[in-house]
Design a protein around this ligand. Structure first.
Ligand code: AGP
Length: 614
C-alpha cells in the first residue's frame, strides 16, 4: 500500500520526509515523490521506481524549505511511471496533494473539471482532488476550508494530505473510510504526518490518530482537528511504547528474519500481565467483555485475511476446546457477501496485524450492523480495527515490518488461547486444575520457542540447497495443525514464489495424492498428538509413491525420523500450544528457500504489508 509522510517545523523538511518514506518501504510501492515549499514556491521531485532513485534526484536537484510532504505509490489508477507518481499539482503549480485510496467518482469529477478549463497532467484519480481544491481556493476559501469542501465531493476511502505555496506553514490532512491511517505526530515546534507509525517514531512517540471523516490542520505550533462537516474535535494523544530501535533491522539481514527470531520475546510480551502463572486466571485489559457478557455468547465468528485467517482457524480449536462455544471462521472478503447469520449473542472476533485490512474492517462493519459485539486482536496501536471494536486484545508483538507475517501469527494464536481461557473461566468450562496446567505450559512457551529458533537447532541450509529449485510443495497437517500447514504453504509461496498448497492430511487420498512424485516435496506436521498415528500413515503413503517427506516432529521421535527423508524437530508442549512451535520451522524453511532463490524477502513482488484496497 501507499505510504504518506509530512513535516512542518524548523528542520530541512525534505530529508525528514525521505527518511520517513524509507521506513515505509516495507509497505510495497512502485514510485515515490516529494513536494516542498521553498522560498515561496512549490517544488516537486518524483520518479518511478525505488526510493533510491528519488534520493538520487534530490541529491542532483536539492529541495530546501521547512515544510514538505512525501508519498510512495502502489499503482491503482494509471500505470507506475513518473507522471503518475505523487505528489500531483494544480494548474497553477501552487497546490500539491498526496493520497492513499481510490476516488470512486473520478470520471464525473474529471469531466466537470475539464469542462471548467482545468488541465490534467496524469492518468491518476488522485489529481482530481488538487484541481477541486484549486477551484475552491479561487472562490476565496483558504486551504483548510477548500480541502474540507473538496473532501466532501469525492467518493471512496482515502488518506489525503495537501500543501500550498500560498500558505507555506500549513498542512491539511484527512481520513475518509479505511484506505490506511493518518497519524499526526506531535513535536516541539514541529509536527509530523504519516500513514504508519514507524515513519515518524524516531522523532516523536506522541501520536494522534484521525478517525473516519476527520481532518487535521497542522502547523509547526500544533494541530487543530475537525470533522468533514467542519465541527471542531478534541482528540486524545497516544504515547506509543515502541522504540525506533525495535523497528530497525539490527544485525539481521532482513526484517522477516529478525521478526522470526524475535518470537521468544514477542510471545513473552504478548503474555505480559495477562495470566496468573499460579492460578491460570486470565485478565485481558481492553477486552471490555465482562464475565456475564462472556456467558451470554452464543457463538464466535472470526473474520480475517491471509495469515490472520489461518490464525483464526487455529483459534477455532483453542476457543472451542477451552470455552465450549462454537467458532465459525471466515475470510473478511467473503463474510460480508454471504448475508451471515449474526445476532446480539454473536461475538465477532477479528485478527489483524495492521488493523487496517479493508476486507477485515468491512466484515467487522457488517457484523456490527447486524448487532454483534466485536473484539479485535491487533498489533498496530491506534489502527482502525482497534478504534471501531467494542474491545481489543493487543498482540504486543512490536512492529512487524516484513510483508510476510510471522510474529503476529504466533501472537494472535497466543491471544486467542488467552481469550479462550478467559471465556472458559467465565463460562465454567475450564477447571481450575486445567487452568493451572495451561498456565504452566504457557510460561515455558517462550523458552521452548527460543530453543527452536536457536542457531543449529534444525538444518535449514541443507533443505534450502536441496529444494530451492523445486516448483511445487505440498504441506499437510491434521487437527489443530491443519491451519499450520496452510500458513506454512502461504509463507513459502509469498516470499519464494514457489507454488505451495496446504491441505488437510486426511484429504490427500481424495485427490492430491495424484500429484505425489519425487519432484514435489511434501511437508508434514507429525507431532505426538491424537492424530499422530494417522500422520505416520500419511508419511508412509507419500514415501510409497516415491514422494519426499520433510516432517515436523517432536524431539527424540525415532519413528518419524526413520520414515521421513528429512525432519524438523520441535520440543513437546501442551497440545493447544503445539501450533505456535510447529509454525516456527515452516517460517524458517520458507525464509531460507527464499534467500537461496535470491528473492526480495521483506518486499515480495506484488505484495503489500497492509492491503487497504479491495
Ligand atoms: C501474510 O504473510 C500476508 N502478508 C497477508 O496474508 C496478511 O496476513 C493479510 O494481508 C492480513 O493482514 P492483517 O493481519 O494486517 O490484517
Amino acid at each position: 500500500m501507499c505510504g504518506i509522510v509530512g513535516y512542518v517545523g524548523l528542520q530541512p523538511a525534505a530529508s525528514i520526509v525521505l527518511e520517513g518514506l524509507k521506513r515505509l518501504e516495507y509497505r510495497g510501492y512502485d514510485s515515490a515523490g516529494i513536494a516542498a515549499v521553498q522560498d515561496g514556491r512549490l517544488v516537486i521531485r518524483r520518479d518511478q521506481g525505488k526510493l533510491s532513485q528519488l534520493e538520487q534526484l534530490l541529491t542532483e536537484q536539492p529541495v530546501g524549505g521547512h515544510i514538505a510532504i512525501g508519498h510512495t505509490r502502489w499503482a491503482t489508477h494509471g500505470e507506475p511511471n513518473q507522471r503518475n507518481a505523487h505528489p500531483h499539482v494544480d494548474c497553477g503549480g501552487e497546490i500539491a496533494v498526496i493520497q492513499n485510496g481510490i476516488v470512486e467518482n473520478v470520471l464525473e469529477l474529471r469531466q466537470q473539471l475539464l469542462a471548467e478549463g482545468h488541465t490534467f497532467s496524469s492518468d491518476t484519480d488522485t489529481e482530481v482532488i488538487v484541481h477541486l481544491v484549486e477551484k475552491l481556493m479561487a472562490q476565496g476559501h483558504d486551504l483548510a476550508e477548500a480541502g474540507r469542501l473538496a473532501f466532501g465531493q469525492i467518493k471512496g476511502a482515502h488518506a489525503i494530505v495537501l500543501l500550498c505555496s500560498r500558505e507555506p506553514g500549513t498542512l491539511v490532512a484527512a481520513r475518509i473510510g479505511n484506505a490506511g491511517g493518518v497519524t499526526v505526530g506531535l513535536g516541539e515546534g514541529e509536527m509530523y504526518l504519516a500513514s504508519d507509525i514507524p515513519a515518524i517514531l524516531e522523532h516523536t512517540r506522541r501520536m494522534v490518530f484521525l478517525e473516519d471523516r476527520e481532518m487535521a490542520v497542522v502547523t509547526a505550533d500544533g494541530a487543530r482537528f475537525f470533522t468533514l462537516d467542519g465541527e471542531p474535535v478534541e482528540k486524545e494523544v497516544t504515547e506509543i511504547p515502541w522504540d525506533p530501535i525495535s523497528a530497525a533491522k539490527g544485525t539481521y539481514r532482513h526484517f522477516m528474519q529478525k521478526e522470526i527470531h524475535e518470537q521468544a520475546r514477542s510471545l513473552t510480551d504478548t503474555l505480559r500481565g495477562r495470566i496468573d502463572f499460579e492460578t491460570g486466571a486470565v485478565t485481558l485489559e481492553g477486552l471490555n467483555l465482562p464475565a456475564e457478557a462472556a456467558r451470554s455468547i452464543g457463538k464466535v465468528v472470526t473474520v480475517a485475511c491471509g495469515t490472520s485467517a489461518y490464525a483464526g482457524l487455529v483459534g477455532k480449536f483453542l476457543i472451542e476446546t477451552l470455552a465450549r462455544v462454537p467458532v465459525e471462521v471466515d475470510y473478511g472478503s467473503e463474510f460480508r457477501y454471504r448475508d451471515p447469520i449474526i445476532d446480539s449473542d454473536t461475538l465477532v472476533l477479528s485478527s489483524t496485524q495492521s488493523g487496517e485490512t479493508v476486507d477485515t474492517l468491512a466484515a467487522m462493519a457488517e457484523a456490527r450492523h447486524k448487532g454483534a459485539r466485536s473484539v479485535s486482536i491487533v498489533n498496530v496501536i491506534g489502527s482502525m480495527a482497534q478504534r471501531v471494536s467494542d474491545g481489543t486484545i493487543l498482540m504486543q508483538a512490536g512492529p512487524e515490518i516484513g510483508v510476510a507475517s510471522t510474529k503476529a501469527f504466533t501472537a494472535s494464536l497466543l491471544d486467542q488461547l488467552l481469550l479462550g481461557a478467559y471465556l472458559g473461566q467465565a463460562r465454567g468450562t475450564l477447571s481450575a486444575e486445567d487452568s493451572r496446567a495451561l498456565a504452566q505450559a504457557v510460561v515455558e512457551l517462550p523458552q521452548l520457542a527460543g530453543r527452536v529458533l536457536s542457531e543449529g537447532y534444525n538444518d535449514y541450509e541443507t533443505l534450502a540447497h536441496e529444494f530451492h529449485d523445486r516448483e511445487h510443495f505440498l504441506f499437510l497437517g491434521r487437527g489443530i495443525n491443519y491451519p499450520v500447514a496452510l500458513e506454512g504453504a502461504l509463507k513459502l509461496k509469498e516470499i519464494s514464489y514457489i507454488h505451495a498448497e496446504g491441505y488437510p492430511a486426511g484429504e490427500m487420498k481424495h485427490g492430491p495424492i495424484a500429484l505425489i512424485d519425487e519432484n514435489m516435496p511434501v511437508v508434514t506436521i507429525a507431532v505426538q498428538d491424537n492424530v499422530y498415528d494417522k500422520m505416520i500413515s500419511q508419511i508412509e503413503q507419500v514415501r510409497a509413491r516415491g514422494g519426499i517427506v520433510i516432517a515436523v516432529c517432536n524431539e527424540g521421535d525415532k519413528a518419524v525420523r526413520e520414515k521421513a527423508n528429512y525432519v524438523l524437530t520441535i520440543p513437546r508442549t501442551h497440545h493447544l500450544l503445539t501450533p505456535i512451535l510447529a509454525v516456527l520451522p515452516l517460517q524458517l524453511l520458507a525464509y531460507h528457500l527464499a534467500v537461496r532463490r535470491g528473492c526480495d524477502v521483506d518486499q515480495p513482488r506484488n505484495l503489500a504489508k497492509s492491503v487497504t484496497v479491495e
